[in-house]
Design a protein around this ligand. Structure first.
Ligand SMILES: NC(=O)c1ccc[n+]([C@@H]2O[C@H](COP(=O)([O-])OP(=O)(O)OC[C@H]3O[C@@H](n4cnc5c(N)ncnc54)[C@H](OP(=O)(O)O)[C@@H]3O)[C@@H](O)[C@H]2O)c1
Length: 304
């Protein structure tokens, strides 16, 4: 099968298209014919081994020294069930499925096997493969980080970085929970964030010192430490205990949350946002674009 192999840690050019052996599902595994995947910030971090020096050793021990032990990157997938192991009971051939594999990767390929009890579910009935592949990354990270906040109807919620993969999901999920949502983004994304249902949008290029006196019941920082911001620390200080950052720990992504996202998508409460699409052969271009740090929602990779 055709796959993208990460030959060593480095710039996007280390990603190479190769012919590799098609995987065979184990007894409890589903083999998915991948139709669409997503180029994510996490994929770029792994490919570039882009972590602070203090994390080099633990990261190398976990994912590999010099190059990833699991050379086919990619965490997100949408596709059809191609075959199933003997013990599989939840999925049948040809069913449309989507999901997320945070630790084994392998979705930058025509086929991907994973256990039927992993983060895998039938696709939202109203979405195509590319749209379905734009749901798991931002949606699962959002649910993992805001879950404990127990957002209530009528809460004032601030989503900082409302136009990225995580931010576009967070705005919509907070709205679906009945919150009044303020989104923060750059000038070119104001209309997008409004269209997602934000009640108020603040352009950070015009309002650099977001008024730290503004009171929110919950602040979700979907930008994270990597990109830095002028307003983040002020807001974090004034909202102690009510501020969560997308970089604040290791998110637990679950199948239950994937099913929740499927339901939200089918109810029209979660619209996938796709910025660009690239064929698998142009994965390096896709990574370069993701690394610009200003994608709108998701970058989708079409496969097969
Ligand atoms: N904890 C974990 O294990 C984990 C896992 C995965 C991801 N993450 C974090 O999640 C973050 C978000 O991922 P994503 O896929 O949503 O990223 P993304 O799609 O690239 O979104 C980036 C967002 O940041 C905004 N932004 C960029 N520079 C900014 C600045 N200087 N000030 C304010 N806003 C700025 C962009 O808005 P404009 O374009 O409008 O500027 C955009 O809304 C990642 O950067 C990563 O740090 C954490």
């Amino acid at each position: 099968m055709k796959a993208v192999v990460c030959t060593k840690y480095g710039p996007p050019g280390v990603l190479q298209i190769r012919d590799v052996q098609k995987p065979t599902p184990k007894e409890n595994e589903v083999c998915v014919r991948v139709r669409a995947t997503a180029a994510t910030v996490s994929d770029c971090v792994i490919r570039g081994f882009n972590v602070p020096a203090a994390f080099w050793l633990p990261m190398a021990l976990v994912i590999g020294v010099g190059k990833p032990r699991k050379p086919i990157l990619g965490m997100v997938f949408a596709g059809e069930v191609d075959s199933v192991g003997k013990a599989v009971t939840s999925f049948r051939m040809s069913e449309k499925v989507f999901g997320f594999d945070r630790f084994d990767f392998g979705t930058y390929a025509e086929f991907k096997c994973l256990s039927e009890d992993k983060v895998l579910a039938r696709m939202p009935a109203n979405l195509g493969f590319e749209e379905a592949a734009a749901i798991p990354y931002g949606g699962l990270l959002t649910l993992a980080f805001i879950g404990k906040a127990h957002i209530q109807t009528g809460w004032k919620v601030l989503v900082y970085g409302a136009s990225g993969s995580v931010g576009t999901a967070a705005v919509q999920i907070a709205k679906s929970l009945g919150a009044t949502v303020t989104g923060v983004c750059g000038s070119s994304n104001v209309e997008l964030v409004e269209s997602l249902g934000a009640d108020k949008v603040i352009d950070y290029t015009k309002n650099a010192h977001l008024d730290s006196a503004d009171a929110y019941d919950f602040v979700f920082d979907a930008v994270g430490k990597r990109k830095g911001s002028m307003i983040k620390s002020a807001i974090a200080q004034s909202h102690k205990g009510r501020y969560v950052s997308v970089d604040g720990g290791s998110p637990k992504v679950t199948r239950e949350d994937l099913l929740l996202l499927k339901g939200l998508a089918e109810a029209g409460k979660l619209r996938p946002v796709i910025d660009r699409r690239y064929p698998l052969e142009q994965i390096a271009e896709a990574h370069r674009y993701v690394e610009s740090g200003h994608k709108k929602g998701n970058v989708i990779i079409t496969v097969g």
